[in-house]
Design a protein around this ligand. Sequence first.
Ligand code: NAP
Length: 472
Amino acid sequence: MKQHLWIDGKTIETNSYYELKSPYSGENLAEVSLAEAEHVQLAILAAERAFIKWKEAPAYFRAEILENVVSLLKQQKEECARIIAKEAAKPIKTARAEVERTIMTYLFAAQEARRIHGETIPLDAAPGGENRVTYTIREPIGVIAAITPFNFPMNLVAHKVGPALAAGNTVVLKPASQTPLSAYKMAELFHEAGLPSGVLNVVTGSGQIVGDVVMKNDRIKMITFTGSPSVGKYIKENAGLKRVTLELGSNSALIIDEKTKIDAIIPRVVTGAFSFQGQVCISIQRIYVHQSLFQSFVEAFVQETEKLKIGDPLDEETDLSAMISKMDVKRAKSWVEEAVANGAKVAYGSQAGARMMKPTILLNVPREEKISCQEAFAPVVHVNSFEQFEDAIDEVNNSDFGLQAGVYTSNLPHAFQAIKQLNVGGVMINDIPTFRVDHMPYGGVKLSGMGREGIKYAIEEMTEVKLVSFKL
Ligand code: NAP
């Protein structure tokens, strides 16, 4: 199968194509277009032309298109899940859950499209402001470049395309090279849903080539990026005066306070640590357990982890499959080995083949080890113990990242202490840091990024406030 670019409502052939291979089997899945700079310019021009009409489209019309996409997604759930499973090696059960979330994300976008509004402002609160009716309106900002990662190839596209279109913007989308098919599928569904040509354009190819064109082109008014901190930083430094939102990585932590009922939380902790091979931006990477529970927690955690099945992403039984690349397996394995050489103990796993890694639980990892302080993005988690609650909070905060943190505690003052002191974008009390539903404000501090997603919040980032003052 050949997958061409999608620009201005048409497929566009390119001079070269790359082979998209399954991360699990290495089989060829498709030949995918490699965009050159001129294709990206073409997509930007198409988006700019389409913006003239799309920004004037009434809210109900924009909402209806998004609702049509929701219906089409519901009809084609299984096909979508299989695309994700194949190109990302996401276990089919997890891929189905991603499609369900994508449906919710577009549904929220449709709902928000109908209620984008400003506010009235009493200007007479200041002397000289009398006799005016004053209000704000939110206007779309124009062409938005959306750059997405491999790990949620459908739902993270939805988190950018949904709010952008709901607000009346047009989009040039650049999906990750390993997961282009989910993005092209979405473009197909939007076309079928009646989206006018040019409102959504998809270009694939080198992130560097597409990114550089997008960063230099003044027609692009905003770059919304989800991916690694290094690329995010590069974009921020080169985007000039464009608006930029960055959803980046983390080494998310979970605190388990004394008196927590271990049995009740274990299945959830296993899911948070190993779902999609730990390649989730809010995957549990560090667990700090009160010393009174350390032994019993580790035993129960290992026991539950042993039940996980590793295999073909399309197999109904599979819990974990291949990591996104062989290079990532090697990297994660070497970080584990380094930690073990420096005193960490393996409680479970640590073995890896060329493409897959066994879920791995390490104990007592020194905080300066890469597997603790950098983003692992692999099925590896470490468990350390703490004596004082303050110390656990210090450990969580002692990180370059700050996306979300989880705290299990039945001690109310501890819960409020954590809420106040944890330096992260979201604190989940009595849950894992991996918790997310798609309308909540979501984003990080420090190297985890800037700006918020979650449809309503993304729309705030993707619109400009205009002030209207009407003198009576
Ligand atoms: P990545 O390597 O940074 O790639 C993300 C996207 O950026 C891809 O489309 C990539 O294209 C593109 N890109 C690469 N170089 C670029 C450049 N110079 N200019 C512009 N774009 C460029 O990240 P990934 O490996 O796909 O995803 C994993 C990362 O995403 C992790 O760090 C994870 O934590 C983070 N993430 C964060 C969130 C969040 O919401 N905070 C959610 C999910 C994932 P190519 O694929 O063609 O290189």
